[in-house]
Design a protein around this ligand. Structure first.
Ligand SMILES: Nc1nc2c(ncn2[C@@H]2O[C@H](COP(=O)(O)OP(=O)(O)O)[C@@H](O)[C@H]2O)c(=O)[nH]1
Ligand SMILES: Nc1ncnc2c1ncn2[C@@H]1O[C@H](COP(=O)(O)OP(=O)(O)O)[C@@H](O)[C@H]1O
Length: 191
């Protein structure tokens, strides 16, 4: 039986975490663990697909491995959700802020494969967020947050552990992901 592994995808807003998780689902059939948030949905985000969208009252009725406050909203992930993803597949991915990524490495140890996404010029992220359809006030609020600033840097706790993916160019990042999947013996399903 394959060992159960969790690809923890982390990095600042706009660096491509969701894009990477969608790529792993589409081409490697790796399901993403859906987390909970009190942030309002963006255009095209569906409840139960992008996140479980919660009110502050409903958020605190769930059982979390960890939860964080990020740019004024709560985000949390449950052990039940990971167990459900692993029931479908030996591998799963989850998209977390760097604080959550560190907690996962410390809690699940070798089962976690952290991927840290970055870009050489963080200023380029603003245009990506606008193109994604984020509202201007939400972009300003996000980039002004201490969490955004923090997540631009690889945390000390992940320095020897994380695969760093510089996502300036998507085809280069994709190649790096394909090589990583090969190393874990995970075959590409479609091209
Ligand atoms: N620690 C933790 N972080 C989460 C969780 N769910 C989402 N996040 C992170 O919260 C941050 C904000 O997410 P979001 O508002 O969707 O912004 P995005 O990074 O621009 O897509 C991102 O770094 C997400 O990876 C969670 O359950 N726990
Ligand atoms: N290498 C890239 N070059 C240009 N745009 C990109 C690249 N990778 C992702 N994007 C786009 O940037 C936006 C933010 O990516 P996303 O995956 O939503 O980031 P995150 O989940 O980290 O906030 C999306 O519209 C996505 O399509």
């Amino acid at each position: 039986m394959l060992p159960q592994r969790l690809f923890v995808i982390t990095g600042a807003t706009g660096t491509g975490k969701t894009t990477v998780s969608q790529y792993l689902t589409k081409y490697y059939e790796i399901p993403r663990v859906i987390t909970h948030t009190t942030r309002p949905p963006r255009p095209n985000e569906q409840n139960g697909v992008a996140y479980y969208f919660e009110t502050e009252a409903s958020f605190f009725t769930k059982h979390y491995i960890e939860y964080v406050k990020y740019a004024d909203y709560y985000y949390g992930s449950s052990r039940e959700a990971i167990t459900a993803a692993w029931a479908k597949c030996a591998y799963a991915s989850i998209v977390l802020d760097t604080k959550g990524a560190v907690t996962y490495v410390q809690t699940l140890g070798a089962q976690v494969v952290p991927l840290f996404l970055t870009v050489q010029q963080p200023a380029a992220l603003l245009a990506r967020l606008a193109k994604r359809g984020d509202q201007r006030e939400m972009i300003s609020q996000r980039v002004a947050s201490a969490e955004y600033e923090r997540d631009l840097q690889l945390p000390l706790e992940l320095i020897d552990q994380a695969q760093v993916i510089v996502n300036d160019d998507w085809s280069t990042a994709k190649n790096q992901l394909d090589q990583l999947m090969q190393r874990y013996g995970i075959t590409k399903k479609t091209d």
